[in-house]
Design a protein around this ligand. Structure first.
Ligand code: FPP
Length: 225
């Protein structure tokens, strides 16, 4: 059943895997797969808005992804600049952008200034939107987030409880994940939203991320019913 008329304000989180394999099967360089992945994400945002999804969170770049070959990292960083630059499109869709990841001033953080600027600008330029919240995880790792939250809960709160840890996550207002999607046949959670996805249904699909379309999203949403 199409969910166009529903308003469940669901939180869907996606581990967008398989860009490299998608490209490899076509005889293309891996970077073309990431380019196709970014384009598919832009298309999927439109579908998610149509389905009245409340929150869409995507794993754009992990704390481990810095280990990839330099040219590939550079390409993926450029794609984030492109994605965060889609402000006109996002405003037209009434989508509010957020970012989740290691604070730019933390010891291990390596986010270059131009990506920081693109992130800050997208957040500011879409802040007034009241529709779906699109959260992009960049330089994100669930364990790093939890270590920082526990550390802050210990020093700034009365004690370590679920509530005080929750209050010190990178984005405390991010609601629990209803459905966690992982594409391309991998069946792992890979350090994504470990706290927020504690009770999530998980949708695994063989489709690589550039092929994750409307029908795939509907199949994932069916798990949340
Ligand atoms: C996995 O593909 C995907 C990533 C490493 C994350 C990057 C995601 C994108 C570039 C698409 C969305 C774009 C943005 C800007 C958020 P993989 O390289 O692990 O594929 P493989 O497992 O087939 O090698």
């Amino acid at each position: 059943m199409p969910r166009d008329e529903t308003d469940l304000r669901l939180h869907v989180a996606c581990i967008m895997d398989g860009n490299g394999r998608w490209a490899g099967r076509r005889g293309l360089p891996r970077t073309d797969g990431h380019t196709a992945g970014e384009e598919n994400l832009a298309a999927l945002v439109r579908v998610a808005v149509k389905r009245n999804i409340g929150w869409l969170t995507v794993f754009g770049f992990s704390t481990e992804n810095w280990r990839r070959p330099r040219p590939e990292v550079r390409h993926i960083l450029g794609l984030h600049e492109k994605l965060f630059g889609r402000v006109a499109e996002l405003n037209e869709l009434n989508v509010k952008v957020q970012w989740i990841g290691r604070p730019f001033d933390s010891r291990e953080a390596r986010t270059p200034k131009y990506v920081q600027r693109a992130i800050r600008k997208a957040i500011a330029d879409t802040a007034q939107n009241t529709g779906m919240v699109l959260t992009i995880a960049f330089d994100y790792g669930g364990r790093s987030e939890l270590v920082a939250a526990v550390e802050q809960a210990r020093t700034e709160s009365d004690g370590i409880t679920s509530a005080t840890i929750g209050e010190h996550l990178y984005l405390p207002e991010l609601p629990p994940v209803d459905v966690l999607v992982r594409t391309s046949g991998e069946r792992r959670v890979s350090n994504f939203l470990l706290w927020q996805a504690a009770g999530a249904a998980i949708y695994f699909t063989e489709a690589p991320w550039p092929d994750f379309d409307e029908a795939e999203l509907d199949a994932a949403l069916a798990l949340a019913r």
